[in-house]
Design a protein around this ligand. Structure first.
Ligand code: FAD
Ligand code: SF4
Ligand code: SF4
Length: 479
C-alpha cells in the first residue's frame, strides 16, 4: 500500500521557512523569509488532515482549494498543485507572501484550533507558484478566440489586474489606465520590498502585457482623459482606483515641516528601490537616515513605515498607538518582526500636538491613555490619563492613520455615480455593478481600505459578471 503522506500533524511540528536574522534584514529591503526546500514543503503540506469541511477554504476570500493543493504538494505533484492553485487565485505567490493568514486561512485551520499549530498554508502557496515560475509553467495568456468587446479598467492595482486577467483569458480587449508609471497599485508603491519583492509584481505585469492587456500608464483619469470619454471608448468600465486620501490630524503644528504622510514616505522609499530619481528622498524630507522617527498609528501601514525607517538607517524608531498591543489592528506577526528589528512601541499613547523649532517639527506632545469601558462592539475605548503628558523628540513624524476614498463623482463630474456615506463607490458585492449602466467598481474603492486578496476576489467576480452581461461574443474579423 502506498505510504500515507497526510495527517502528520501529530508527529511533525509546524515549521515556517527560515527567517533571516534581524541584524541582517535591517540592512536591506529583501524579503525576510527564505523559500521552503522541496522536502520541507512536502513535509509541512503532509500535516494537513484533509478535513471534509475545510475551514481554511471557507475563510479564504478566494475559497482556494487548499486541501487538494496541500495533498498534491505532499505527494510531490507540484505542477498539478499549481494548476489547482491558480484556478482560483490570480496571484497565489503574492497572497502567499502578504495575506494576513493568521486572520484568514491559517487562523481557521482545525489543526491550529486543536493546539498543534496551523498548517503553513501561505508559505506552501508561495512555494508552489514560485516553483511554477522557475519551471516555466506560468505562461502568457492565450485566449482561444478574440472578441470584439472592450473593457476599460481604471486602476492597475490587484483588483483591476485580476479583472484584466479573467477578461483577457476570455478574449476580451482590455485596456488598463493608471496614473502611475508602473502597474501594480499598492503592491508596487505601497507595500515595501521586505514583504513583497518588486520583481514578483513586475513579472505579473509583464505576463499580462505579453498576454495582450494594453497598459496606458501615466494616465490620470479625470485629468489626462475624461471619464465620459472612456465610456464612449469601451463597452464596460471598471473603477479600481483604491483609496488614497490620508486621514490627517487637526492638532497644533500638524502642518510643520517634517510631519509627513505614510503613503508619501513609502512611495518614495519604493521608488528609490526601483532606482528612480526621488528628490524628496535625496533632500532628506522623506528619508529616515540618521533621524529620530515617530510613527503614529497601529495598522499594517504603520508597521511598514517603522520597518522601512529602520532599513533607511534611522537612529531611533518609535510607534505610538492609542490602544494596547492586544487591541491594535495590525498583524501581531508584523509587530513581532518590527520589535526584533529594533522598533520601540509606545502603547496607550496618543498625539495631542507637535512641538516645532523654526517651523520644523521637533517632537510629539503625547497624552497617555488607559482603556475604558467596552462599547457596543465589545471594544474598549481609550481614555486620557490627566497629568501624564510628555514630549517624544522627533525629526520626522509619519502619520499612518488610514485612508479614505477620493470624491470620484466630483473629481470626474459624474453625479450619477452613487457613493456611500463613507465616500466609497456603491456597488453590488457579487458583480461590482454600480448605479451607472456599464460601469462597475472593485477593490478598496468599494470596500474601503482592505486587503489584496479581497481586491483579487472582487476583480475576478466582476470580470465574470461582465462576461455574463456581454452579448453573444462578436468575433473579430479574420485578418
Ligand atoms: P490599489 O492597489 O490602491 O490600486 C489602485 C490603482 O488605481 C493605483 O495604481 C492608482 O494609481 C490608480 N488610480 C487611482 N486613481 C486613478 C485615476 N484617477 N486615474 C488612473 N489611475 C488611478 N494588503 C494585504 O493583503 N497585505 C498587506 O500586507 C498589505 N499591506 C499594505 C501596506 C500598505 C502600506 C498599504 C497602504 C496597504 C496594504 N495592504 C495590504 C492593502 C492592499 O494594498 C490594498 O487593499 C489593495 O492594494 C487594494 O487594491 P485595489 O486594486 O483596490 O487598489
Ligand atoms: Fe490563505 Fe490568502 Fe492564500 Fe487564501 S489567498 S489561502 S487567505 S494566503
Ligand atoms: Fe488541512 Fe487545516 Fe484546511 Fe483542515 S483546515 S483541510 S487541516 S489546512
Amino acid at each position: 500500500m502506498a505510504k500515507q503522506p497526510m495527517l502528520k500533524f501529530v508527529t511533525v511540528e509546524r515549521d515556517m521557512p527560515e527567517k533571516r536574522a534581524a541584524e541582517q534584514r535591517r540592512e536591506d529591503f529583501n524579503e525576510i523569509y527564505a523559500e521552503f526546500a522541496q522536502s520541507k514543503a512536502k513535509e509541512q503540506s503532509g500535516r494537513c488532515s484533509q478535513c471534509g469541511v475545510p475551514y481554511c477554504q471557507t475563510h479564504c476570500p478566494l475559497h482556494n482549494n487548499i486541501p487538494d493543493w496541500l495533498r498534491l504538494t505532499a505527494e510531490g505533484r507540484l505542477k498539478e498543485a499549481y494548476e489547482i492553485s491558480q484556478a482560483t487565485n490570480t496571484f497565489p505567490e503574492i497572497c502567499g507572501r502578504i495575506c494576513p493568514q493568521d486572520r484568514l486561512c491559517e487562523g481557521n485551520c482545525v489543526i491550529e484550533q486543536s493546539g498543534h499549530g496551523t498548517v503553513t498554508i501561505g508559505a506552501v502557496e508561495k512555494y508552489i507558484t514560485d516553483t511554477a515560475w522557475e519551471e516555466g509553467w506560468v505562461l502568457p495568456i492565450k485566449p482561444a478566440q478574440e472578441r470584439a468587446e472592450s473593457v476599460g479598467i481604471i486602476g492597475a492595482g490587484p483588483g483591476g489586474l485580476a479583472a484584466a486577467d479573467v477578461l483577457r483569458r476570455a478574449g476580451v480587449q482590455v485596456t488598463v489606465y493608471d496614473r502611475y508609471d508602473r502597474a501594480g497599485g499598492l503592491m508596487t508603491y505601497g507595500i515595501p520590498g521586505f514583504k513583497l519583492e518588486k520583481d514578483v509584481v513586475m513579472r505579473r505585469n509583464d505576463q499580462l502585457a505579453q498576454g495582450g492587456v494594453t497598459f496606458e500608464l501615466n494616465c490620470n483619469v479625470g485629468e489626462d482623459i475624461s471619464f465620459a470619454d472612456l465610456r464612449t471608448k469601451h463597452d464596460a468600465i471598471i473603477i479600481a482606483t483604491g483609496v488614497y486620501k490620508s486621514r490627517d490630524l487637526t492638532v497644533p503644528n500638524s502642518t510643520s515641516k517634517g510631519v509627513v504622510r505614510a503613503i508619501d514616505f513609502l512611495t518614495a522609499s519604493n521608488r528609490k528601490s526601483f532606482g528612480d530619481a526621488v528628490p524628496e528622498f535625496d533632500s532628506g524630507a522623506l528619508n529616515a537616515q540618521g533621524k529620530r522617527i515617530v510613527v503614529i498609528g497601529g495598522g499594517d501601514t504603520a508597521m511598514d513605515c517603522v520597518r522601512t525607517s529602520i532599513r533607511q538607517g534611522a537612529t531611533s524608531v518609535k510607534c505610538l498607538y492609542r490602544r494596547d498591543r492586544v487591541n491594535m489592528p495590525g498583524s501581531q506577526r508584523e509587530v513581532q518582526n518590527a520589535e526584533e528589528e529594533g522598533v520601540v512601541f509606545e502603547w496607550l499613547s496618543a498625539p495631542k500636538g507637535f512641538t516645532e523649532d523654526g517651523g520644523k517639527v521637533s517632537g510629539v506632545m503625547v497624552q497617555k491613555m488607559r482603556l475604558g469601558a467596552a462599547d457596543a462592539t465589545g471594544r474598549q475605548s481609550p481614555e486620557i490619563i490627566e497629568g501624564a503628558d510628555y514630549v517624544e523628540d522627533a525629526d520626522i513624524v509619519i502619520m499612518a492613520l488610514g485612508f479614505e476614498p477620493e470624491a470620484l463623482p466630483t473629481l470626474w463630474d459624474q453625479p450619477e455615480l452613487e457613493v456611500t456615506r463613507w465616500g466609497t463607490v456603491m456597488a453590488e458585492f457579487t458583480s461590482g455593478k454600480t448605479a451607472m449602466n456599464g460601469v462597475y467598481a472593485v477593490g478598496d474603492i468599494v470596500r474601503g481600505a482592505s486587503l489584496v486578496v479581497w481586491a483579487i476576489r472582487d476583480g475576478r467576480d466582476c470580470a465574470n459578471a461582465i462576461l455574463n452581461e456581454l452579448a453573444t461574443p462578436k468575433q473579430v474579423a479574420a485578418e
